[in-house]
Design a protein around this ligand. Structure first.
Ligand code: SF4
Length: 232
Protein backbone atom coordinates (compact mmCIF):
# COMPACT_ATOMS: atom_id res chain seq x y z
CA UNK A 1 0.00 0.00 0.00
CA UNK A 2 1.43 3.38 -0.99
CA UNK A 3 1.96 5.72 1.98
CA UNK A 4 1.51 8.79 -0.26
CA UNK A 5 -2.19 8.10 -0.87
CA UNK A 6 -4.56 10.77 0.39
CA UNK A 7 -6.84 9.84 3.23
CA UNK A 8 -9.81 9.57 0.90
CA UNK A 9 -7.84 7.35 -1.49
CA UNK A 10 -6.75 5.18 1.41
CA UNK A 11 -10.35 4.91 2.55
CA UNK A 12 -11.56 4.03 -0.96
CA UNK A 13 -8.95 1.32 -1.27
CA UNK A 14 -9.82 -0.14 2.12
CA UNK A 15 -13.53 -0.27 1.36
CA UNK A 16 -12.83 -2.27 -1.80
CA UNK A 17 -10.52 -4.72 -0.08
CA UNK A 18 -12.54 -6.33 2.69
CA UNK A 19 -9.95 -9.11 2.92
CA UNK A 20 -7.65 -6.61 4.59
CA UNK A 21 -10.13 -6.24 7.43
CA UNK A 22 -10.52 -9.99 7.71
CA UNK A 23 -6.76 -10.28 8.01
CA UNK A 24 -6.52 -7.57 10.69
CA UNK A 25 -9.42 -8.94 12.74
CA UNK A 26 -8.30 -12.56 12.55
CA UNK A 27 -4.67 -11.87 13.38
CA UNK A 28 -5.55 -9.74 16.39
CA UNK A 29 -7.99 -12.28 17.83
CA UNK A 30 -5.62 -15.20 17.14
CA UNK A 31 -2.82 -13.34 18.92
CA UNK A 32 -4.96 -12.81 22.03
CA UNK A 33 -5.49 -15.23 24.86
CA UNK A 34 -7.85 -14.52 27.72
CA UNK A 35 -5.69 -16.33 30.27
CA UNK A 36 -2.79 -13.97 29.66
CA UNK A 37 -4.90 -10.85 30.09
CA UNK A 38 -6.67 -10.95 33.40
CA UNK A 39 -7.92 -7.76 34.95
CA UNK A 40 -10.42 -7.78 37.83
CA UNK A 41 -13.06 -5.82 35.88
CA UNK A 42 -13.17 -8.49 33.17
CA UNK A 43 -15.08 -10.79 35.53
CA UNK A 44 -18.84 -10.31 36.06
CA UNK A 45 -19.60 -7.52 38.51
CA UNK A 46 -22.33 -5.01 39.32
CA UNK A 47 -22.99 -2.88 36.26
CA UNK A 48 -22.50 0.45 37.98
CA UNK A 49 -19.03 -0.61 39.14
CA UNK A 50 -18.11 -1.73 35.64
CA UNK A 51 -19.28 1.53 34.10
CA UNK A 52 -17.39 3.60 36.68
CA UNK A 53 -14.32 1.44 36.04
CA UNK A 54 -14.48 2.22 32.32
CA UNK A 55 -14.45 5.92 33.19
CA UNK A 56 -11.42 5.35 35.45
CA UNK A 57 -9.65 3.46 32.65
CA UNK A 58 -9.90 6.30 30.16
CA UNK A 59 -6.45 7.60 29.31
CA UNK A 60 -5.05 5.74 32.30
CA UNK A 61 -2.83 2.65 32.37
CA UNK A 62 -4.84 -0.49 33.10
CA UNK A 63 -2.17 -1.67 35.55
CA UNK A 64 -2.54 1.55 37.57
CA UNK A 65 -6.32 1.21 37.70
CA UNK A 66 -5.94 -2.43 38.78
CA UNK A 67 -3.91 -1.27 41.78
CA UNK A 68 -6.28 1.51 42.83
CA UNK A 69 -9.73 0.20 41.94
CA UNK A 70 -10.31 -1.80 45.13
CA UNK A 71 -9.44 1.17 47.30
CA UNK A 72 -11.82 3.36 45.29
CA UNK A 73 -14.75 0.95 45.62
CA UNK A 74 -14.04 0.31 49.30
CA UNK A 75 -14.51 4.03 49.82
CA UNK A 76 -17.49 4.38 47.46
CA UNK A 77 -19.38 1.12 47.82
CA UNK A 78 -22.62 2.20 46.15
CA UNK A 79 -23.68 4.70 43.50
CA UNK A 80 -25.24 6.80 46.26
CA UNK A 81 -22.03 6.93 48.31
CA UNK A 82 -20.20 8.19 45.22
CA UNK A 83 -22.96 10.65 44.35
CA UNK A 84 -23.15 11.98 47.92
CA UNK A 85 -19.39 12.51 48.21
CA UNK A 86 -17.88 15.93 47.67
CA UNK A 87 -15.85 16.61 44.56
CA UNK A 88 -12.78 17.01 46.78
CA UNK A 89 -13.27 13.54 48.29
CA UNK A 90 -13.54 11.94 44.86
CA UNK A 91 -10.55 13.92 43.60
CA UNK A 92 -8.52 12.66 46.55
CA UNK A 93 -9.59 9.07 45.85
CA UNK A 94 -8.45 9.22 42.22
CA UNK A 95 -5.36 11.33 42.86
CA UNK A 96 -2.92 8.55 41.98
CA UNK A 97 -4.74 7.88 38.69
CA UNK A 98 -4.27 11.45 37.49
CA UNK A 99 -6.85 13.39 35.46
CA UNK A 100 -8.42 14.86 38.59
CA UNK A 101 -11.03 16.69 36.49
CA UNK A 102 -12.84 13.35 36.33
CA UNK A 103 -13.86 13.78 39.98
CA UNK A 104 -16.75 16.09 39.08
CA UNK A 105 -18.14 13.69 36.48
CA UNK A 106 -17.61 10.60 38.61
CA UNK A 107 -19.59 12.17 41.42
CA UNK A 108 -22.36 13.16 38.99
CA UNK A 109 -22.30 9.68 37.47
CA UNK A 110 -22.72 8.16 40.93
CA UNK A 111 -25.69 10.46 41.58
CA UNK A 112 -27.30 9.54 38.23
CA UNK A 113 -26.82 5.81 38.83
CA UNK A 114 -28.15 6.09 42.38
CA UNK A 115 -31.48 7.17 40.88
CA UNK A 116 -31.71 3.86 38.98
CA UNK A 117 -30.37 1.71 41.85
CA UNK A 118 -27.16 1.16 39.93
CA UNK A 119 -28.89 -0.08 36.78
CA UNK A 120 -27.19 1.13 33.60
CA UNK A 121 -29.53 2.04 30.71
CA UNK A 122 -30.00 -0.46 27.88
CA UNK A 123 -29.14 1.62 24.85
CA UNK A 124 -25.73 2.97 23.88
CA UNK A 125 -27.27 6.39 23.22
CA UNK A 126 -28.70 6.57 26.74
CA UNK A 127 -25.44 5.41 28.31
CA UNK A 128 -23.38 8.02 26.48
CA UNK A 129 -25.63 10.75 27.87
CA UNK A 130 -24.61 9.91 31.45
CA UNK A 131 -22.12 12.31 33.12
CA UNK A 132 -18.51 11.57 32.19
CA UNK A 133 -19.57 8.92 29.69
CA UNK A 134 -18.87 9.70 26.06
CA UNK A 135 -18.92 7.51 22.96
CA UNK A 136 -15.81 5.56 24.00
CA UNK A 137 -17.01 4.50 27.45
CA UNK A 138 -20.54 3.76 26.21
CA UNK A 139 -19.25 1.58 23.34
CA UNK A 140 -16.69 -0.18 25.53
CA UNK A 141 -19.31 -0.91 28.19
CA UNK A 142 -21.74 -2.42 25.67
CA UNK A 143 -19.11 -4.53 23.91
CA UNK A 144 -17.00 -5.65 26.84
CA UNK A 145 -19.55 -6.02 29.63
CA UNK A 146 -22.73 -6.83 27.72
CA UNK A 147 -21.16 -8.56 24.73
CA UNK A 148 -23.12 -6.36 22.32
CA UNK A 149 -21.82 -5.16 18.97
CA UNK A 150 -20.54 -1.63 19.55
CA UNK A 151 -17.38 0.20 18.55
CA UNK A 152 -15.02 2.18 20.76
CA UNK A 153 -11.93 4.09 19.74
CA UNK A 154 -9.16 5.43 21.91
CA UNK A 155 -5.81 6.92 20.94
CA UNK A 156 -4.29 3.44 20.69
CA UNK A 157 -6.77 2.34 18.02
CA UNK A 158 -6.19 5.56 16.07
CA UNK A 159 -2.46 4.87 16.22
CA UNK A 160 -2.88 1.27 15.03
CA UNK A 161 -4.99 2.24 12.01
CA UNK A 162 -2.74 5.19 11.13
CA UNK A 163 0.34 2.99 11.14
CA UNK A 164 -1.29 0.08 9.36
CA UNK A 165 -2.79 2.12 6.52
CA UNK A 166 -0.08 4.76 6.47
CA UNK A 167 -1.97 7.99 7.07
CA UNK A 168 -1.10 10.99 9.20
CA UNK A 169 -3.17 11.45 12.35
CA UNK A 170 -3.84 14.35 14.65
CA UNK A 171 -6.07 15.12 17.62
CA UNK A 172 -9.11 15.45 15.38
CA UNK A 173 -8.67 12.22 13.42
CA UNK A 174 -11.04 10.15 15.53
CA UNK A 175 -13.88 12.59 14.88
CA UNK A 176 -13.50 12.64 11.09
CA UNK A 177 -16.20 10.99 9.02
CA UNK A 178 -13.73 9.05 6.86
CA UNK A 179 -12.04 7.70 9.97
CA UNK A 180 -15.32 6.67 11.58
CA UNK A 181 -16.04 4.67 8.43
CA UNK A 182 -12.78 2.80 8.96
CA UNK A 183 -13.76 2.13 12.56
CA UNK A 184 -17.14 0.82 11.45
CA UNK A 185 -15.36 -1.68 9.21
CA UNK A 186 -12.82 -2.64 11.87
CA UNK A 187 -15.66 -3.55 14.23
CA UNK A 188 -17.68 -5.35 11.54
CA UNK A 189 -16.55 -8.88 12.45
CA UNK A 190 -17.95 -12.29 13.31
CA UNK A 191 -16.29 -12.65 16.70
CA UNK A 192 -17.94 -12.23 20.06
CA UNK A 193 -17.87 -8.48 20.71
CA UNK A 194 -16.25 -9.05 24.09
CA UNK A 195 -13.48 -11.22 22.64
CA UNK A 196 -12.69 -8.85 19.79
CA UNK A 197 -12.84 -5.81 22.06
CA UNK A 198 -10.42 -7.17 24.64
CA UNK A 199 -8.10 -8.52 21.94
CA UNK A 200 -7.99 -5.09 20.30
CA UNK A 201 -7.38 -3.30 23.60
CA UNK A 202 -4.58 -5.66 24.60
CA UNK A 203 -2.99 -5.73 21.15
CA UNK A 204 -2.80 -1.94 20.93
CA UNK A 205 -1.42 -1.75 24.45
CA UNK A 206 1.21 -4.49 24.10
CA UNK A 207 2.17 -4.90 20.42
CA UNK A 208 1.21 -1.81 18.44
CA UNK A 209 2.04 0.21 21.53
CA UNK A 210 3.48 3.72 21.68
CA UNK A 211 6.77 2.00 20.83
CA UNK A 212 5.74 -0.44 18.11
CA UNK A 213 6.90 -4.03 18.54
CA UNK A 214 6.78 -4.81 14.84
CA UNK A 215 9.12 -7.80 15.00
CA UNK A 216 6.55 -9.62 17.17
CA UNK A 217 3.50 -8.40 15.24
CA UNK A 218 1.26 -10.72 13.20
CA UNK A 219 0.04 -7.74 11.11
CA UNK A 220 3.48 -6.83 9.89
CA UNK A 221 3.28 -8.41 6.43
CA UNK A 222 0.44 -6.05 5.46
CA UNK A 223 1.24 -3.05 7.66
CA UNK A 224 2.62 0.10 6.01
CA UNK A 225 4.63 1.13 9.06
CA UNK A 226 5.81 -2.42 9.73
CA UNK A 227 6.96 -2.90 6.14
CA UNK A 228 8.83 0.40 6.15
CA UNK A 229 10.54 -0.35 9.45
CA UNK A 230 11.61 -3.76 8.10
CA UNK A 231 13.24 -2.20 5.03
CA UNK A 232 15.24 0.36 7.06
S1 SF4 B 1 3.67 -4.04 12.25
FE1 SF4 B 1 4.27 -2.56 13.81
S2 SF4 B 1 3.19 -0.67 13.29
FE2 SF4 B 1 2.21 -2.34 12.16
S3 SF4 B 1 0.49 -2.99 13.43
FE3 SF4 B 1 2.23 -4.27 13.95
S4 SF4 B 1 3.25 -3.27 15.68
FE4 SF4 B 1 1.87 -1.77 14.72
Amino acid sequence: MCPSLTRQEVLAEIVVDSQVWKFVQTQIVDWWSEDDHNFPWRAPDEEWRLLVTEVLLQRTRAETVADERNVFFARFNSPASLGDASEEEVAEAIYSLGLAWRAKYLRELGAALAKTDGVVPDSTDEIRELPGVGPYVAGAFQALHRNKHASFVDANVVRLLARFFGFEKDGETRRKRWFLKLVEQLFDHDYEPRTFGYALLDFTREICARKAHCSKCPLREQCTFGQNSMSE
